[in-house]
Design a protein around this ligand. Structure first.
Ligand code: AHR
Length: 496
């Protein structure tokens, strides 16, 4: 089949906030213990941080990591995770039915962020706790000295404040599975008061209001409206969460899930702007897509109650999952004007692109690659291309374009990058790329994830689903024509 993509530097959607390539570490399964933190492991440094894992995270170039949850945060007493490790209590962790040893807490996470070359996005407990514990934690993390909680931090051996700039106001508070879930009115008020006080402690921080935990909740829409009506002036972002699955084994519908994502993002923007209009406000609320991924392979796996760091939510991803992750990232970039933060949930072991063996090695999952390629090359501005391509119908959607694509322009490094998924199960795509106004730019690299069975996975010592370099596409000086294999993710970079 034939397709065409036309774009110019002037067709700018918005600047790409680097935080679009964030991720998430929750106290859940082996994300922390046996994931990023494993004292005694041959690859652990003097703080117990696994250097092999940090190396892989550096490859992904993750600018921000959300912590400590997730559902976990709604029952978390942050005070249990600071101070001398030998004095920290064990905790019955109700979100996931396990025992939390608290040997890794706020200060360990901050040190880990420094070593992993990332920055923290902290979440506060607005479930079992509230605004008081939240403002105390901001004081503990960000206040210099001469106050109860800053002096407590100093007494724990951390003289300098951590300067955490980004804070989530709880997690999925409309979900009945959440400890102390709330109505929109209850949550709106608590979040507003918490955010207000947290900013009184440190006016330089930004806060994220919990949106509904899914667009398929009955609360969706009204939840965003009501909570924003209460907290609009005191918060900066509203959160979105979305996971997709392919339980039915229907690849054509699975690959089209990004159409649903696109619609979801658009709906939340509409609600934000409705409240803005109603309030006659000049302030714009942007979006923090702080949980997104494919998640279903591990559903139903048994977990021993009250165990510590069990094998929980350990999805092993396949090739089609990687294509869906690519489509989701392309969609997020298409909303770069409003989506400023996004966190691939999660980062290590728990529904993650990096997988480890406790006491053993690690490997890159299939989904590692689209994330890495876009984190590395989708820089500068996202451009809005005109795409002409054939479409298909499937069980869940009609008019699905075979081509999912975005173009980015990194003015600073003078580089244009095209990211493209060919959704066709069996047909090659001849893609004409017309870069208007980019005279003299030529393709300098063409890499693709292609040619695998949809169910092909990676594993320890066998990362066969990986990007491969291809021959550069042909150009007539104006139009570059690239051949995209059926079921493929391609990255083409252009330079002068
Ligand atoms: O990421 C796993 C879980 O999914 C998180 O704890 C929760 O916020 C969401 O439901």
């Amino acid at each position: 089949m034939k397709a065409k993509i036309t774009v110019a530097a002037e067709m700018k959607i918005g600047s790409i906030d680097r935080r679009m390539f964030g991720s998430f570490i929750e106290h859940l399964g082996r994300a922390v213990y046996g994931g990023i933190y494993e004292p005694g492991h041959p690859m652990a440094d003097e703080d117990g941080f696994r250097k092999d894992v940090i190396g892989l995270i550096n490859e992904l170039d993750v600018p921000v990591v959300r912590y400590p949850g997730g559902n976990f945060v709604s029952g978390y007493d942050w005070e249990d995770g600071v101070g001398p490790v030998s004095e920290r209590p064990k905790h019955l962790e109700l979100a996931w039915g396990v025992t939390e040893p608290n040997t890794f807490g706020t200060n360990e996470f901050m040190r880990w962020c420094q070593k992993a070359k990332t920055s923290p996005m902290m979440a506060v407990n607005l479930g079992t706790r509230g605004p008081d514990a939240a403002r105390a934690l901001v004081e503990y993390c960000n206040h210099k000295s001469n106050s109860k909680y800053s002096d407590l931090r100093i007494s724990h051996g951390y003289k300098d404040p951590w300067g955490v700039k980004l804070w989530c106001l709880g997690n999925e508070m409309d979900g009945p599975w959440q400890m102390c879930s709330k109505t929109a009115e209850e949550y709106g008020r608590v979040a507003n008061e918490a955010s207000k006080m947290m900013k009184w402690v440190d006016p330089s921080i930004e806060t994220v209001l919990c949106g509904s935990s899914s667009r398929y909740m009955n609360t969706f829409g009204q939840w965003e409206q009501k909570t924003l009506e209460i907290a609009y002036d005191n918060v900066d972002y509203v959160s979105l969460h979305q996971y997709y699955d392919n339980h039915r084994g229907d690849t054509a519908s699975f690959l089209a899930k990004s159409l649903d994502l696109d619609d979801f993002i658009y709906s939340v923007i509409c609600v934000c702007d409705y409240v803005k209009a109603k309030k006659r406000s000049k302030k714009q609320i942007n979006l923090s897509f702080d949980e997104w991924n494919v998640w279903y392979h591990s559903n139903g796996a048994p977990v021993e109650r009250w165990s510590t760091a069990p094998n929980q939510l350990e999805d092993i991803y396949n090739f089609e999952d990687a294509l869906v992750v690519a489509c989701m990232l392309i969609t997020l970039l298409r909303h770069a004007d409003r989506v400023k933060i996004a966190c691939l949930a999660q980062l290590v072991n728990v529904i993650a692109p990096i997988f480890t063996k406790t006491g053993g090695g690690s490997f890159r999952q299939t989904t590692f690659y689209p994330f890495k390629m876009m984190s590395k090359y989708a820089r500068g501005a996202a451009l809005s291309p005109i795409i002409n391509c054939p479409k298909y119908d499937c069980k869940d959607f009609t008019d699905v374009p075979y081509l999912e694509s975005i173009v980015t322009y990194d003015e600073e490094n003078d580089e244009v990058a095209l990211f493209a998924v060919n959704r066709s199960l069996d047909e090659k795509m001849l893609l004409d790329i017309n870069l208007l106004g980019f005279e003299g730019y030529k393709a300098v690299s063409f890499e693709a994830l292609e040619g695998f069975d949809v169910l092909q996975e990676n594993t320890f010592g066998d990362e066969r689903v990986t990007m491969r370099s291809k021959e550069l596409p042909v150009s007539d000086g104006k139009i570059t024509t690239a051949e995209l294999e059926p079921l493929s993710f391609s990255v083409i970079r252009f330079r002068k």
